[in-house]
Design a protein around this ligand. Structure first.
Ligand code: PEP
Length: 252
């Protein structure tokens, strides 16, 4: 049985003070929730303060990116050991915004995954097609390319430590959610790919989140699908009541 995982990607939002306010409220809202992994991914600047707020709570800490080198002359980068030291458990890797605006490729995604695993961080690896790719029936090709290109150097044991987030780019921040059927179709395809690249056991144990305009209103029908194991939430994670409502509705 795969445990549901709901992660909030705060993107470029929240000062440390705002982050503390959000997390204090969220802690109160989800205090009675069990059976769901709850993760918040603040910007780097708020990670330390958020970590202190989360001590003793049922919420885990994530980061939004990680560099592949541990240290050195890489101005502006943040490494896996640095994140680990701050109490970070998960790290989002290969988000479509990083592919779109910051030159992320399968190769750099793969290097970041390696660094995260080496230092005991759990990667949340994002894959997904854009609108033009969906409309030209290339969705499966893109998913195959993202999965094979970024997961290819891993052992089955390493793969079993990773979370995948299927995020159709056309659904991110647009209010246009994939239908549960569209999402389920791709999640099932990802599982088939994992079985082919690794093995059946791994494909059945890896958690696959859906991301793209998830709200308290649509989470229940998404999570009801057999291959959807949670959500990566952007906009709706910026307010404690909506993120908490998603977490509660996702309790299976
Ligand atoms: C995201 O940024 O990963 C995301 C899914 O955003 P939103 O929920 O706002 O569509």
């Amino acid at each position: 049985m795969r445990k549901v995982i709901i992660a909030g990607n705060w993107k470029l939002n929240k000062t440390s003070a705002e982050a503390i306010t959000l997390v204090e409220e969220l802690k109160r809202e989800v205090v009675d929730v069990s059976g769901v992994d709850i993760v918040v991914c603040p910007p780097f600047t708020a990670i330390n303060d958020v970590n202190e707020c989360l001590i003793g709570s049922n919420i885990d800490l994530g980061a939004q990116n990680v560099f592949w080198q541990d240290s050195g002359a890489f101005t502006g980068e943040v490494s896996a050991p640095m994140l680990k030291h701050l109490g970070v458990k998960y790290v989002i890797i290969g988000h479509s915004e990083r592919r779109q605006f910051f030159g992320e490729t399968n190769e750099t995604v793969s290097k970041r995954i390696r660094a995260a695993l080496t230092h005991g961080l759990t990667p949340i690896v994002c894959v997904g097609e854009n609108l033009a790719e969906r409309e030209s029936n290339k969705t499966f090709d893109v998913i195959k390319n993202h999965c094979e290109g970024s997961l290819v150097n891993l052992t089955a044991e390493e793969m079993s430590k990773i979370v995948i987030a299927y995020e159709p780019v056309w659904a991110i921040g647009t209010g246009k959610t994939a239908t549960p059927e569209q999402a389920q179709e791709v999640h099932a395809y990802i599982r088939q790919l994992l079985a082919r690249i690794f093995n059946t056991e791994v494909s059945q144990s890896v958690r696959i989140q859906y991301g793209g305009s998830v709200t308290p209103e649509n989470i229940a029908i998404l999570i009801a699908k057999p291959d959807i194991d949670g959500a990566l939430v952007g906009g709706a994670s910026l307010k404690a009541p909506s993120f908490a409502a998603i977490v509660k509705a996702a309790q299976k």
